[in-house]
Design a protein around this ligand. Structure first.
Ligand code: CP
Ligand code: NVA
Length: 298
């Protein structure tokens, strides 16, 4: 029994093992004979909104032979203040795995510790590991490999998605550039702890120059709504637009974890020109998370 709590805590060899299995999951979707979650029930405990993560996990659990149980945190006693330790000990006696989307990273870590069942981070304020594993597979699918690629993240360089990119780059050895205003660059201690080939830039064109992948995420992450006005102002100039795409390598991938806010972090025309990549990326959540769940029970 294993957990995927963060990329920070997951050894590179496990990340590679998961990534190596995704292609088969995708190709054999219709003919999959191994059903590692047979007779299992997995709970999805979500404190934040979700379209892709929720649907891809619910479908994925079923395709692996199990059943899923969606628990909105507000509708269980957790939302009325029951401690996460108690919630974990109850669910750990009833279900076989947990997929958690919440605010504090510590809630996912504590749940894993107290529940005794496989626990997967489906997004916290700190990390979004399932997303970045999916993105790496998507880069491999479109460009043959992620190993020798330069990925440039543009926007809120301190958000959960950017932080998971930092840990992925540090562990797997590819080059990551972060283009963000000073206020939204990742903390220096985090960069120092991660190491690797990671650089921060205030000039998006300098960061994007010659990149293989341009990547963005929303400017106002869930839970940061109160800061929306200031964020939208400070992040002006950090959109992926046609001019920025021209500075990347010819044929560079433009990726977005979605949901997208056209006119903020990406222009309508760039999103539509790259819709095949971006929606394949969304689809790949399913295949990647099936590989993650299989790995946790192996
Ligand atoms: N990218 C992502 O996690 O999407 P959802 O918020 O819709 O799950
Ligand atoms: N950084 C975004 C990711 C959404 C999938 C958020 O946390 O809202």
């Amino acid at each position: 029994m294993k957990h995927l709590l963060s990329l920070r805590k997951t050894p590179a060899e496990d990340l590679i093992r998961i990534l190596d299995r995704v292609d088969e999951m995708k190709r054999e979707r219709a003919s999959l004979t191994e059903r590692p979650l047979t007779d299992q029930i997995w709970a999805l405990i979500f404190s934040k909104s979700s379209t892709r993560t929720r649907v891809s996990f619910e479908v994925g659990v079923r395709e692996l032979g199990g059943q899923s149980l969606f628990l909105s945190a507000n509708e269980i006693q957790l939302g009325r203040g029951e401690p996460i330790q108690d919630t974990a000990r109850v669910l750990g006696r009833m279900v076989h795995g947990a997929i958690i989307r919440t605010f504090d990273q510590s809630d996912v870590d504590v749940f894993a510790e107290y529940s005794g069942i496989s626990t997967i981070n489906a997004l916290t304020d700190e990390e979004h590991p399932c997303q970045i594993l999916t993105d790496l597979y998507t880069i491999q699918e479109f460009q043959g490999s992620w190993r020798d690629k330069v990925v440039t993240f543009v926007g809120d360089g301190a958000c959960n998605v950017a932080v998971s990119w930092i840990w992925a780059a540090a562990k797997l050895g590819f080059e990551l550039r972060i283009a963000a205003p000073k206020e939204f660059q990742p903390p220096a201690e985090l960069l120092a702890a991660a190491g690797g080939k990671i650089s921060c830039h205030e000039d998006p064109a300098e960061a994007a120059d010659g990149s293989d992948v341009l990547y963005t995420d929303v400017w106002v992450s869930m839970g940061k709504e109160m800061e929306a006005g200031g964020r939208l102002q400070t992040l002006q100039g950090y959109a992926i637009d046609e001019k920025l795409v021209e500075t990347a390598k010819p044929g560079a991938l433009v990726m977005h974890c979605l949901p997208a806010y056209r006119g903020n972090e990406i222009t309508e025309s760039v999103l539509e020109a790259n819709a095949n990549t971006i929606f394949t990326q969304a689809e790949n959540r399913l295949h990647t998370q099936k590989a993650i769940m299989e790995w946790t029970v192996m």
